[in-house]
Design a protein around this ligand. Structure first.
Ligand code: ADP
Ligand code: ZN
Length: 207
């Protein structure tokens, strides 16, 4: 099974992604994670990506599509994968259809007014876990691995505003695009715990 995870920044894609990957044995491919690894490593791709990410804009399609195309040509995705953060506009979706077969586009729908607080309260760990300050009870370490949590550089109010605008203008049209193709499944991610949202996902994707 090959799936796309769609949702606004703060919709909980990352949180659900690890649960989905574990249950269905899918390779989790996050373009945001790939860019952040490149920035950390100081690679040419990282240098290009940083200015766009800091501004809440999309990294140019040529760069992004090439990365995904290469990643999907590797052996470890053959049993199925989940794209998290790609495609993010109609051009990327069209490109993707040239080199991949997608079974389902899973859209996590969260009301706009919740997103800002969710992202600005986010604390992340280098192991991939993420938390919200409201549930940490003052702790600043990862419950999974014990490392210290930090705030992602693009999780500040100004950049978040820009990311939400980019989402609405460029990414939200993908909902209609995959609906037309008969591949869209929507779950509600605005209320309920992560486990409750995941239960809806399992209902939608099947056991
Ligand atoms: P979020 O969904 O919380 O905004 P991501 O980790 O998915 O976070 O993405 C962070 C940033 O990386 C985006 O704001 C964007 O600048 C860049 N990025 C990620 N995926 C793509 C993509 N498919 N196309 C262009 N830019 C991307
Ligand atoms: Zn951790």
């Amino acid at each position: 099974m090959n799936i796309i995870l769609l949702g606004a920044p703060g919709a909980g894609k990352g949180t659900q992604a690890s649960k989905i990957a574990a249950k269905y044995g899918l390779m989790h491919i996050s373009t945001g994670d790939i860019f952040r690894a490149n920035i950390k490593g100081g690679t040419p791709i990282g240098k290009i990506a940083k200015s766009y990410i800091d501004a809440g804009k999309l990294v140019p399609d040529e760069v992004t599509c090439e990365i995904v195309k290469n990643r999907l040509s590797e052996e470890d995705v053959k049993k199925g994968y989940m794209l998290d953060g790609f495609p993010r506009n109609l051009f990327q979706a069209e490109e993707l259809s040239k080199f991949a077969t997608i079974d389902v586009c899973l859209n996590i729908d969260v009301p706009r007014d919740l997103l800002m607080d969710r992202i600005c309260g986010r604390r992340v760990c280098s192991c991939g876990e993420s938390y919200h300050v409201s549930t940490l009870n003052g702790s600043n370490v990862c419950a999974k691995c014990g490392r210290e949590l930090y705030i992602r550089e693009d999780d500040n109010p100004a950049t978040v505003e820009a990311r939400l605008k980019t989402y609405e203008e460029q990414t939200a049209p993908l909902i209609g695009y995959y609906k037309k193709k008969g591949k869209l499944v929507t779950v509600h991610g605005g209320k309920g715990s992560p486990d409750e949202v995941f239960a809806q996902i399992v209902l939608a994707l099947g056991e």
